[in-house]
Design a protein around this ligand. Structure first.
Ligand SMILES: [Zn+2]
Length: 322
């Protein structure tokens, strides 16, 4: 059973040593809040894992202010800006060490700033968690149909719990995602520890919208209600449960200017052109046409006008089967 916790709301920061020319004994102060009361699970919310993804950061700052510990049963740990230096630079990666927070877990105590943050989260925060919700958006280079995300898991009971939590979040799409490369991700260390994990991808493009922010804020509250940390039922939303089977990823083989032919969220047929890439050095050449490898929804698109070989141009999701 859960232990009883005294009523508390602590709003503070993690002290991250940052020795540099301007401040030899300096540090960065990265906000973290803990709101606890009574008995119940510990839920960890993180935003800003990539610094230029803002829905989670805004929703979690609002949660710090609005969550009354008297309403809580359990403990809520809130880290709105997980890659804090990257957020300050409006960037995906840390400007200090180039670190991608979601590729360095479990981190390193005597590593770079990004590795040190990951090490602390992995060693000091995650062991407290009964559930972790990591709120991403597409950032500078991608746009997503707003989605809550889980992964295929070997443990059938945990798969079911993740599916229920993902649906409770209430995004328009619930995606059972196959990652291109899961090494070093926060997702992976949480799931490997047998802890409930839900992620999101809510829009993108280094900006937010009222629609995606509403999805983030409602989703955060829904998760707390779903896990009985807050009273009441989650706001019921229709979530289309999808997956990314073989053929889902459309990878670019050219460098050039990309012309989208399909809007994100639209349904496409197998073989339907979704974009073409123009060779700006050779305007007489016909553009390279990129087609959907499978029928489904264009869930993700590459965002900047310039694309290069190896970039993810688009991803097609299909309704989950089995
Ligand atoms: Zn991200």
């Amino acid at each position: 059973m859960w232990i009883m916790r005294p009523l508390a709301k602590q709003v503070g920061w993690l002290n991250i040593p940052h020795s540099r020319d301007e401040s030899g004994w300096g540090a960065m102060h990265m906000p973290i809040s803990v709101i606890a009361n009574g008995s119940g699970p510990t839920v960890v919310f993180t935003g800003g894992n990539h610094g230029d993804e803002y829905e989670g950061q805004i929703a979690l700052m609002k949660l710090v202010r609005s969550l009354d510990p008297g309403e809580v049963q359990g403990r809520v740990i809130i880290i709105p800006h997980l890659n804090y230096p990257a957020m300050r630079a409006n960037a995906r990666l840390s400007p200090i060490d180039g670190g991608n927070m979601n590729r360095v877990f479990p981190g390193k105590r005597d590593g770079t700033i990004t590795e040190m943050i990951a090490h602390y989260i992995n060693g000091a925060v995650l062991p407290l968690a009964d559930a972790v919700v990591d709120i991403h958006s597409g950032g500078r280079s991608m746009y997503f149909e707003p989605s809550a995300i889980m992964h295929k898991l070997d443990d059938a009971a945990m798969y079911q719990r993740a599916m229920e939590a993902m649906k409770a979040f209430g995004a328009p799409v619930g995606l059972v995602l196959t990652e291109l490369d899961s090494a070093g991700m926060l997702d992976t260390v949480v799931e490997d520890a047998g802890t409930l994990f839900v992620s999101t991808e809510l829009g993108g493009g280094q900006f937010t919208s009222p629609r995606t922010l509403e999805i983030a804020e409602t989703g955060v509250a829904n998760i707390l209600k779903h896990l009985d940390v807050l009273e009441g039922e989650p706001v019921a939303r229709e979530t289309r449960v999808m997956e990314t089977p073989d053929g889902a990823y459309v990878i670019c083989r050219d460098h050039g200017i990309v012309e989208p032919l399909v809007e994100v969220g639209a349904m496409v047929d197998e073989g339907q052109p979704i974009a073409q890439v123009h060779d700006y050095e050779n305007p007489e050449r016909a553009p390279s046409v990129y087609r959907a490898g499978i029928a489904g929804m264009l869930l993700i698109r590459h965002l900047p006008g310039i694309i290069t070989r190896g970039d993810c141009l688009g991803v097609i999701a299909t309704d989950l089967t089995g």
